[in-house]
Design a protein around this ligand. Sequence first.
Ligand SMILES: Cc1cc2nc3c(=O)[nH]c(=O)nc-3n(C[C@H](O)[C@H](O)[C@H](O)COP(=O)(O)O)c2cc1C
Length: 431
Amino acid sequence: MTRSLRLVASEHAFGPIARWREPDVTPADITDLDQHATYANWVEDAGFDALFYTDFLGFDPVKQLNPRLPFDPTTLVSALVARTRHLGFITTASTTFGTPFHQARTLASLDRLSGGRVAWNVVTSFTGEGNFGLRELPAPTERYARAQEFLDVVDALWASYPESAVVDDKAGGRYVDVSRVQAIDHVGECFSVSGPLDKPGPAQRPVLVQAGSSPEGIAFAARNADVVFVAVPDFEQALDYAGRLRAEVAATGRAPDEVLIMPGFRTFLGRDAADARRVRSRHVTPDALEKARRVVLRESEHFQLTDLPLDEPIPPSHLPTDEQLAAAAGRRSRAQIYLNWAREPGVTLREVLERIALEHGHFALTASPRAVADELERWFLAGAADGFMIGYGSGIAQFADQVMPLLAERGLWKPPTDHDLRSRLGLPERI
Ligand SMILES: Cc1cc2nc3c(=O)[nH]c(=O)nc-3n(C[C@H](O)[C@H](O)[C@H](O)COP(=O)(O)O)c2cc1C
């Protein structure tokens, strides 16, 4: 086995944010840089390839009943690269609300400051329009078209100021050969950017991560991404997604295995299946179910679950139709997963809300460490996943202590040794 499973830890998986309801955690801990650095150091020592930070550009009155990251993630990452040695970081930035010039500078800076350890999770955003002068979120097709132009401009800006322009001509008084720094003069549908960048581009193209699973999302990922995150709740859907993505990657002329597929994954671990179910049930609190009733509205306003009894099936009239779902502006793929769960024969509202609250549409296992390792092995060997992005579940520390050694024993995973994230993930160079 030459390939190795890649493992990314989620920001939510550990540390004071995950543990906020425990009596010893205070609000001061949540905003304490040392605590975030402790988590990053733990993630590094546990052998994860990278630590991932999401970003949603707006206050969410339901989700924020739980603490969220109290920092802009890219700002936090710039502090954490100084407190870690080899760990990769994946930060998130929006192409719908940001501008390519700023993003090209920020990422080039972080690439240099970290020695190639920072990746960009490219998102088109599904909330935040009111903060950027928009009355409505643009439709997904429009957002993806803008995202492509955004990336093209970022690439052009990075190339506009190459490393080779620095000639360091001390005698002639020319640090930079300005003739090698070229304007880009981009005029497109969404952006007009003259360039060049006023800072040198990154030493190599930073790793790009993407997480769209609609047809437009897959096409965008196939063309641009090095890594895809995806919410796929089961093996069949993961395999189907992997097949579609790899076909699209090949159609763009790239090698199909050049894009790493990393489904979100969380686990509730116990000694055996019954014990794991007990562990999981401790995470099902009444307030978590009530939040889940409201949180699905973010995906589609046609999930009308608020006044329904918990222990009965959901009447179809309280769920979106396929047409309503297709027309939703938000995360259609996530809404589709919730809808599929709600339509399972005989399923009660309580069961659906539990899954939404604990799994968020991701792959989740409630099982013993050995059974978890078996299932991850199955996904990996079948090509349904190249790795996993590990979320909270019953705790990422148990995953690291109990599952990662089993994966290592089977030769599926070994601790990474490379410094820059591209090599750490075994990705080819890209220019
Ligand atoms: C693991 C994972 C992490 C994501 N992180 C973010 C994020 O930080 N910010 C964001 O706006 N969207 C995030 N998304 C949403 C995706 O960027 C995308 O909007 C979503 O998957 C729907 O895309 P689609 O309409 O192409 O299916 C994430 C999705 C997944 C699966």
